[in-house]
Design a protein around this ligand. Structure first.
Ligand SMILES: Nc1ncnc2c1ncn2[C@@H]1O[C@H](COP(=O)(O)OP(=O)(O)O)[C@@H](O)[C@H]1O
Ligand SMILES: [Mg+2]
Length: 331
């Protein structure tokens, strides 16, 4: 996967918005960066990120760089965009390149609207890969991933991708106002929507301290925000997107245990009614999940509720014990 290919995918996402008159040039660059950051959540691309982070004016350069084929095939006669998100993954085996060991092997997963499913497992187990495949960053073999009963390959990739909002480990903030940093999640949203999303994400106290409200300049990529605040802003963006499925990819990975705990509380409260797929190696908050799918080296090795998996006394229970010994007590 080359950087150019990535940029191509970014543009595939962003250009339709420009075409629809919903995005100006600066915002295109911002959206590109956000898309890239989603992408980076699943496949680190430091070179591309460095280049793109340089400024909001990189849109022009983006266009110059596009010279590659798209990584996913688009259907000749696409299905109508999916409306609800009934996801079904069946015996999915995926290799990043021929000859490499499969990143996923025979994986199965069902996610029906309103359910909360966790995807847990050690680093390298294939969690982010599965999220990336759902978001159609790569092609899956035919007959392995279904949305609303139809093969994901039968949808235009942007239609499939629109089903998801993602909160990942890193939140990209841009040298722009708070309003612009939120608007890129939903160009149609207004001030009321922004404030509501900030409230829900637990940023009310932070927001009232900001000198210029929504017009507060976030400075050098929002460096004055704490890690927890940045993740909350990312959650606010995800809420503004209002997509049928929320994907969480280790959203608390870089936070201290106390902040992690607080953010998980917020996630529980705010995503109560939502359909959630949460990839994590940290087993905090698992009691909240309807199902936990345990991945190890690309294979689903266990599945069940927290209680069932503890009783099973396998990989999940082992991970849970290690983490609860290693971390300082919660209360
Ligand atoms: N872009 C990529 N190209 C090749 N291999 C990759 C790529 N991304 C991830 N992998 C490999 O796929 C496997 C699963 O990775 P990943 O899905 O990131 O695991 P997790 O999110 O569970 O830590 C790992 O062996 C990883 O090295
Ligand atoms: Mg990962």
């Amino acid at each position: 996967m080359t950087a150019n290919l990535t940029l191509f995918i970014i543009l595939l996402v962003a250009i339709p918005l420009v075409g629809a008159g919903k995005l100006d040039g600066v915002l295109l660059a911002v959206v590109s960066l956000v898309t890239l950051s989603s992408f980076e959540a699943v496949a680190p691309l430091p070179q591309a990120a460095q280049m793109l982070e340089a400024s909001l004016d990189s849109a022009r350069r983006l266009f110059e760089l596009v010279d590659a084929e798209p990584a996913v095939s688009e259907p000749d006669a696409p299905s109508k965009p999916p409306v609800s998100a009934d996801l079904s993954v069946r015996s999915l085996t995926f290799r990043y390149e021929a000859g490499l060991a499969p990143a996923l092997q025979g994986a199965d997963l069902e996610l029906t609207p309103g359910r909360k499913v966790a995807l847990v497992g050690p680093s390298g187990a294939g969690k982010s890969t599965l999220l990336a495949l759902l978001m159609r960053f790569w092609d899956v073999p035919a007959g392995t991933v279904f949305i609303d009963g139809q093969d994901i390959r039968s949808y235009r990739s942007e239609d499939a991708r629109r089903l998801f909002s993602l909160v990942s480990q890193t939140t990209y903030l841009f040298t722009a106002t708070l309003r612009e940093n939120l608007r890129l999640a939903n160009p149609d949203a207004g001030a009321g929507d922004f404030e509501r999303a900030l409230d829900q994400a637990g940023l009310r106290d932070w927001f009232v301290r900001q000198p210029d409200g929504l017009d507060t300049w976030l400075g050098e990529r929002g460096q004055q925000m704490s890690g927890g605040e940045r993740q909350r802003l990312s959650l606010a963006r995800a809420l503004l997107q209002n997509a049928p499925v929320v994907l969480l990819d280790e959203p608390t990975a870089h936070l201290d245990p106390l902040t992690e705990r607080e953010i998980i509380h917020t996630l529980h409260a705010v995503l109560k009614e939502q359909t959630v797929l949460w990839a994590t190696h940290s087993l905090k908050g698992m009691e909240w999940m309807d199902e936990i799918v345990v991945l190890d080296r690309g294979q689903v090795v266990e599945r069940g509720t927290h209680r069932q998996l503890m009783k099973l006394d396998g990989l999940y229970a082992r991970m849970w014990r290690i983490q609860n010994e290693a971390l300082p007590p919660d209360e």
